[in-house]
Design a protein around this ligand. Structure first.
Ligand SMILES: O=C(O)c1cccc(C(=O)CC[C@H]2O[C@@H](n3cnc4c(=O)[nH]cnc43)[C@H](O)[C@@H]2O)c1
Length: 325
């Protein structure tokens, strides 16, 4: 199994490498167009060998997409394609009270639930279904049900929202780990007299990718993470008004960062499943750069990837599905 992890900056890459490297020292630095892959090969307790490549591709969705596409293409041309692309790094956490987010229920693609009419329900969703069907998710991590769940809107799952009036528990506090069950481009669209319109409302493209649900669940459980929508923005939110507007449009948002959608878009173009893992360095809201806890978030990132990477016991990247023998 081959995993590509894409961060924005070298400090994030090094934090991930320290985490994965807790069980496997870094093997090599390999040039790819526009960057340098840091390769590790943690030994899984069973199953096929695992190669983890970590790339700092730059800040923002365009740099993330360019770096991811380059690394995926080099691997595909060499006939050693990746099985999974992961956007990883620090991010801002939404701290506003909201209903608890619970584990997703797998529903038939196209099923609509009470929240399905929200902005995140609009337009094409996720990668092409055949992407999941033809390649599956991480071998050993996501079962065949991953394919069925990819096209389903998270909001459409009946179990996702808490009971009406339930207290908020899904807040992503400073230092906490966030795993995206939806990766959403939050500012890809147009301003109109009626407010923001996503590109999908205008008849173009995609604004959301859905990571394989079983893999999201496995990684979130292993890292004790908050699950929810992670927004990709090109401009870091700097006001309470903007934060409130984003939450109004994306009620399930738990965090924002600047690269996830770029990684997911590049991965989808090559039918590779994508995941986003963030650790919270700051609250989304009025700009206060001095309050960012980057060191703590980077430590949490190292801890998360030390947990995810295989050690002596099967982990999320090597767990065998029941009945897979
Ligand atoms: O100054 C440093 O030492 C340092 C170390 C690691 C990362 C940084 C960054 O500034 C990375 C920018 C990166 O962080 C994400 N991010 C973090 N908080 C937010 C946010 O509130 N809204 C959007 N993005 C955020 C983002 O993905 C950037 O790529 C500095």
């Amino acid at each position: 199994m081959r995993v590509l992890i894409v961060t924005a900056v070298p400090a994030e890459r090094d934090a991930v490498v320290r985490g994965v490297g807790a069980t496997a020292p870094e093997l090599a630095e390999l040039p790819v167009p526009g960057g340098m892959l840091h390769r590790l090969s943690p030994a899984p307790p069973s199953g096929p060998p695992l190669t983890v490549d970590v790339l700092a591709a730059g800040v923002g969705p365009a740099a993330a997409a360019a770096g991811t596409a380059a690394a995926l293409t080099v691997a595909a041309v060499a006939r050693t394609p990746y099985d999974l692309a992961v956007s990883a790094g620090i991010g801002g956490g939404f701290s506003t009270t909201r209903p608890a987010v619970t584990a997703p229920a797998v529903t038939a693609p196209g099923a609509a639930g009470p929240e399905a009419a929200g902005p995140e329900a609009a337009g094409p969703r996720g990668a092409a279904p055949e992407a999941a069907g033809s390649r599956g998710a991480a071998p050993g991590a996501a079962g065949p049900e991953a394919a069925g769940s990819r096209g389903a809107a998270p909001e459409a799952a009946g179990s996702r929202g808490a009971a009406p009036g339930a207290a908020a528990t899904a807040t992503a506090h400073l230092g906490s780990v966030v795993v995206a069950d939806a990766i959403v481009a939050a500012d890809l669209g147009a301003e109109t007299p009626d407010g923001f319109a996503a590109v999908t409302d205008l008849g173009f493209g995609t604004v959301e990718h859905l990571p394989p649900a079983p893999l999201v669940a496995a990684v979130a459980e292993a890292t004790d993470a908050v699950r929810g929508t992670v927004l990709t923005v090109s401009t870091v939110t700097g006001s309470a008004e903007r934060a409130a507007e984003l939450l109004r449009r994306h009620p399930r948002a738990v965090a924002e960062a600047m690269e996830g959608f770029g990684v997911a878009e590049a991965a989808a173009a090559q039918a590779v499943p994508a995941l986003e893992v963030r650790t919270v360095s700051n609250a989304v809201g009025p700009r206060d750069r001095a309050a960012w806890r980057i060191g703590e978030a980077l430590e949490a990132l190292t801890g998360a990837f030390a947990t995810i990477a295989p050690s002596s016991a099967p982990g999320p990247l090597t767990r065998k599905e029941p009945g897979s023998d």
